[in-house]
Ligand binder design. Structure first.
Ligand code: ZN
Length: 294
């Protein structure tokens, strides 16, 4: 090798060493996610920290938190910058947002922003039409047949039931089986067909517009635990405008010192996969070995 060639090779190597790590970092830029919280009939002070920890420790996301004023506070100051994020996680069930924030949220979803509806976020805002289209199904706040059909599974088929009755209830907390109904969706692809979810509330009798809604997984709400005797939706996806919405009813966090509903791989893995899909339309995360398989 001539001296000239040797020097050139050296230079190229040095340049590679300088720029390669930057290129690798760029390829793995974390997905920016915003958790909306601040009011809830649940323990939002615990849940938002737990959700942020899962997102940030996954190596896939960088999660910020937007905390609203307390109940009865001046909501005009609550103006999250949705456009800076690929997905918004709703951990909020409280006072109405300002008209400006509602409008910004709808614009964000319409233009392709991702949304994750987490547990009691589907209780919120009964009277906000578009919000209910985005969550697909909701409960409580006096929801009834005027809000849309009940959606559940019966004999392996989806049922949309317009019969009158209240929307939203749950029986006693317990461990229960989750059954995948759509094995091809990126969120559920590669998960076991059925697994046991950690001790949690089992939401049932949800009802809502359910437009462009696909049920990914259900759980049987047994009468023995004061349930409906129906296979109820647990994981869902909804399309609204260009936005992708992942709705998980799992993950009750209350006033107790432990929170088993969000501590198992069942919640964590489905939450992280759903958030990635809502943000990007893809799921790159592998199903971990400790995911429950029966
Ligand atoms: Zn709950």
């Amino acid at each position: 090798m001539t001296m000239f060639l040797r020097k050139t090779v050296q230079k190229v190597l040095i340049l590679c060493l300088i720029f390669l790590p930057v290129a690798v970092l760029n390829a793995k830029d974390p997905i920016k996610v915003l958790i909306l919280t601040g009011q809830n009939n649940h323990n939002w002070k615990a849940s938002n920290v737990i959700l942020q920890k899962y997102l940030n420790e996954s190596g896939v996301f960088a999660a910020d938190i937007a905390t609203s004023p307390d109940k009865g506070g001046d909501m005009s100051s609550f103006r999250p910058d949705f456009s800076a994020y690929k997905a918004v996680v709703l951990d909020y069930n409280g006072d109405a947002w300002s008209d400006e924030t509602n409008k910004a949220f709808l614009e964000y979803v319409k233009n392709g922003g991702g949304v994750v509806v987490y547990h009691a976020a589907d209780n919120a805002f009964r009277n906000w039409k578009e919000y209910n289209e985005i969550i697909g199904l909701g409960g409580w706040e006096n929801r009834d047949e005027t809000d849309g059909p009940y959606v559940y599974y019966s004999d392996g088929k989806e049922v949309r039931d317009t019969s009158p009755g209240p929307g939203g209830s749950h029986g006693d907390k317990h461990e229960y089986k989750i059954v995948v109904r759509d094995k091809k969706h990126p969120i559920t692809k590669g998960l076991p067909e059925t697994w046991t979810h950690s001790k949690d509330e089992l939401y049932d009798r949800l009802r809502g517009p359910a437009k462009n809604l696909t049920v990914l997984a259900t759980a049987y709400s047994a009468k023995e635990t004061r349930g409906t005797g129906r296979d109820e939706p647990m994981l869902m996806v909804i399309k609204w405008g260009k936005g992708r919405i992942f709705h998980t009813v799992l993950g009750h966090v209350g006033g107790e010192s432990t929170h088993p509903a969000v501590e198992g791989a069942s919640f964590i893995v489905t939450f992280l996969r759903g958030t990635e899909w809502a943000a990007t339309g893809k799921v790159t995360q592998k199903v971990p070995d400790d995911f429950p398989r029966k």
